[in-house]
Design a protein around this ligand. Structure first.
Ligand SMILES: [Zn+2]
Length: 153
């Protein structure tokens, strides 16, 4: 039984969905710090990962647990978008989306209630790239902020 389910999950993962907005909000912006290729979202029985896919032509060096990386990016997006220096950007963002004055509080509320596809859309709008440097402490070392470089649009 367990074996059959693992098999099913494997074939699920190998079908290589280009983007599952609910599951992998960073697909499209997450990039390998070693070879520059886009990281793919991977779902395994052991968890969700963003990885440089060697089978897809990448170097395979970078692989990080998805949850902690997504939390780290979410934290940074909120911090940057609610900083006083970003006020003009926020107003512009509100206007292009038909809102009068998008405040830091409103953005925070929106972000916290947004589902995967909406967060993904916002991340792509704000960030050109989130580059993950290879881990010094082994392939599956926890991702920390020192390994992540943000390129804002
Ligand atoms: Zn790579």
């Amino acid at each position: 039984m367990v074996h059959a389910r693992t098999q099913a999950m494997r074939s699920e993962a190998s079908r290589a969905e280009p983007f599952d907005g609910a599951a992998f909000v960073l697909v499209g912006v997450a990039a390998c710090g070693a070879c520059e290729r886009a990281l793919t979202g991977q779902e395994h029985p052991s968890g969700r990962f963003y990885a440089c896919d060697a089978a897809g032509g990448g170097c395979g060096v970078v692989r990080v647990a998805a949850g902690p990386l997504e939390d780290l990016v979410a934290e940074r997006v909120l911090a940057v978008m609610t900083a006083p220096q970003t006020r003009a950007r926020l107003v512009e963002l509100g206007q292009t989306n038909g809102l009068d004055a998008l405040t830091a509080e409103a953005f925070t509320r929106w972000w916290q209630s947004a589902d995967g596809p909406h967060r993904h859309a916002m991340i792509v709008l704000l960030l050109d790239q989130v580059r993950i440097a290879p881990a010094l402490g082994g392939r599956l070392a926890p991702v920390d902020v020192s390994r992540v470089a943000f390129t804002w649009r």
